[in-house]
Design a protein around this ligand. Structure first.
Ligand code: DCP
Ligand code: MG
Ligand code: MN
Length: 340
């Protein structure tokens, strides 16, 4: 449900990965099922996501380490379409899980848990019998509003209010609209805003996010907090919440990220996305001996056997998007073309 984990896989076998996840979820709650086989379905989903070529037969899949006879048979079943696919897509559980996952903050596992505890409809979840976090309750309360796409004009209107309130605090602030809007999409799932302070030095000392959100609440634009920073005045801070233009408008998800000026270019790339583009650009950097994240491009990063960073490395580009593309030897890509 619009949270950042687990979405955006687009590999050639993603649909097979999803099928295996469905099987995993379907059997997880059933007594008498072999738990080893159940975990095998989850592992198979991971394997499907790592294979870079399309799998077209079970026999072909059998050659992949970790894919045994049972899984290969399942793949043939999925590929045969007819019985296999329709059957798994039409289970009540699959339908309910898809429905619940549309709630902000609800992931696949939690959706399955609630199904197993007896939930079948959105109204069931509103009964109070199921455990939900504060954020998920807001997601549930605003279910219809938040699942609707936001037209481009409305994104722009929300952005203009945020920009003008931010610049009323400090006219040196740079405020940009990011995400799918910057990529030129007609509609967005949320409004993503990036803020920094030109020149930088002051920005390293005190951030304005706390002030800004207070002002936006007073204006009536911001209506709910979903994720708040531990330090509202940190120069690098993120806020996630909900707002609306007026009571005649729908509630919309809004993300605001404040970053120190020196990270501007790297943060632009990160927050423009899309997620798959970011993943492939980071992988490209890594294959060439660099490391790219939302703060910059680093060289000399040492990684352990687990792939985790052991040293930060040296920051070699971060001020502008162009600097980072150049340093990687990539031609600059317009945001509208940032697809994998
Ligand atoms: N992002 C990322 N990895 C994530 C989440 C986000 O790299 N796990 C980056 C890329 C996204 C950007 O942040 O494009 C904004 O995130 P959103 O979830 O708001 O996604 P989009 O704005 O791209 O699409 P939507 O219209 O659904 O909001
Ligand atoms: Mg977005
Ligand atoms: Mn967002």
């Amino acid at each position: 449900g619009q949270n950042h984990d687990g979405k955006g896989y687009t590999g050639p076998n993603e649909w097979l990965a999803k099928k295996f996840e469905e099987l995993h979820d379907l059997y997880s709650g059933q007594v008498g099922k072999n738990s080893f086989a159940i975990r095998g379905y989850q592992r198979a989903a991971g394997i499907m996501r790592r294979i870079t070529y399309p799998i077209t037969t079970g026999t072909q899949a059998r050659a992949i380490p970790g894919i045994g006879m049972n899984l290969a048979d399942r793949i043939d079943e999925f590929l045969s379409g007819a019985q296999g696919r329709a059957f798994y897509e039409n289970t009540e559980q699959a339908r309910c899980v898809a429905l619940f996952k549309d709630i902000y903050g609800v992931g696949r596992q939690h959706a399955n848990e609630m199904y197993r505890s007896g939930a079948r409809t959105i109204d069931d979840l509103r009964s109070g019998k199921f455990s939900l976090t504060a954020g998920q309750m807001i997601g549930l309360q605003l279910y219809d509003d938040l699942k609707a796409r936001i037209p481009r004009d409305e994104c722009k209107d929300i952005f203009e209010i945020i920009r003008s309130e931010a610049q009323a605090i400090d006219d040196q602030l740079w405020v940009e609209i990011m995400g799918s809007y910057r990529r030129g999409q007609d509609t967005s799932g949320d409004v993503d805003i990036l803020i920094t302070r030109e020149g930088g030095e002051d920005n390293e000392k005190k951030g304005i996010l706390g002030d800004l959100i207070q002002r936006l609440k007073r204006k009536g634009l911001v209506t709910h907090d979903l994720g708040t920073p531990t330090d509202w005045t940190a120069p690098e801070a993120k806020w996630m919440g909900v707002g609306r233009l007026s009571s005649a408008h729908k509630h919309r998800r809004i993300d605001i990220l404040c970053i120190p000026y020196k990270y501007w270019g790297a943060a632009l790339i990160y927050f423009t996305g899309n997620e798959v583009f970011n993943r492939s650009m980071r992988l490209y950097a890594r294959k060439n001996g660099y490391s790219l994240n939302q703060r910059g491009l680093y060289k000399g990063v040492i990684r352990g056997k687990d792939g985790l960073k052991q040293t930060e490395g040296e920051l070699i580009a971060s001020k502008t998007e162009q600097d980072i593309f150049n340093m990687l030897g990539l031609r600059w890509r317009h945001p509208h073309h940032r697809r994998p």
